[in-house]
Design a protein around this ligand. Sequence first.
Ligand code: ACO
Length: 322
Amino acid sequence: MRAKIIGTGSCLPDKIATNDYLSTIVDTNDEWIQSRTGIQERHLVSSEAENTLSMAVKAAQRALLDADVLPEQLDLILVATVSSDFITPSTACMIQKELNACHATAFDINAACSGFLFALNTVDAYFQTGIYQTALIIGVETLSKIINWSDRSTCVLFGDGAGAVVAKASEEGILASLQGSDGTKGDILICKNRTNNNPYITTETNPDFLFMNGQEVFKFAVTKEPECIQSLLNQAKINASEVDYYLLHQANYRIIASIARKLKLPLEKFPINVDHCGNTSAASIPILLDEVNKAGKLEEGSLLLLSGFGAGLTWGAVLLKW
Ligand code: ACO
């Protein structure tokens, strides 16, 4: 049995930060941001009540409703995130409590922007072994709390949000998948955790923020992601043109356009939300999937290819039948 997605949901904070608003905080402007990234605005949490858990729960409830599945029918909850509210318990366990998903096993996965794909592949592997049959998978980020809001080279890129899917073990669903990582290049996109202050070590406790070598990440993305997509298509023995939609990680419009060019495909096959969401890391692909689904663009049997890259470095791709 393979994982078949039977429902989607998402949640974006109400507060929208436009490029013009960011230009009041750092030395930037709408023209620079749009021409370099395609981003026009992003959603950011704007109160203590909005956080990783609250967005994830709303996205999950919407996906469960869409799938017509009750929380107690779930036997697995996986959350992909690098911005949990707590170090422990995991966000997945906190969601289990909020939903009262009393029969589920729950845990988090940290693979940055590839996290949702890694979680989907994990669910698919469990389904293939027959251990679980019904899963909730959530990608969620409150990146605004790990961004240095005085660093114009990163703060304009990211947004907050959550996307969720419900997957069921089924004869058809995921057709092929692959994933990978290269820890040797981890330092081009990095965010340290808290420093140690035990009885033997005293360290400065300056907060650490996300650091990114943008040009290196760009090079990695435009090389690795098309390679990964092509390998997956070869593995599945499918022509690139047979795929109805390519749902790629939404980091930068230029990266997506470059991949479309490399695959010799029209941009219409590449839905985007980076323009109004920015880069929401692990949440970007499930938010996009929910938008495409709710817009009525998917039919039974539609072929979708989901693909992304992220910190670690990590990458992954999944080909599935809707
Ligand atoms: N506004 C105005 N100017 C800026 C800004 C800004 N927000 N940010 C940087 N600049 C300036 C720089 O200071 C530099 O000025 P200088 O020439 O005077 O030194 C100039 O713009 C060019 O900077 P670059 O970093 O060379 O700009 P580049 O064209 O490479 O674009 C960008 C930067 C958009 C970050 C690009 O490198 C990129 O998209 N990289 C990939 C990023 C990405 O995909 N990240 C994913 C994040 S995590 C993930 O999803 C895995």
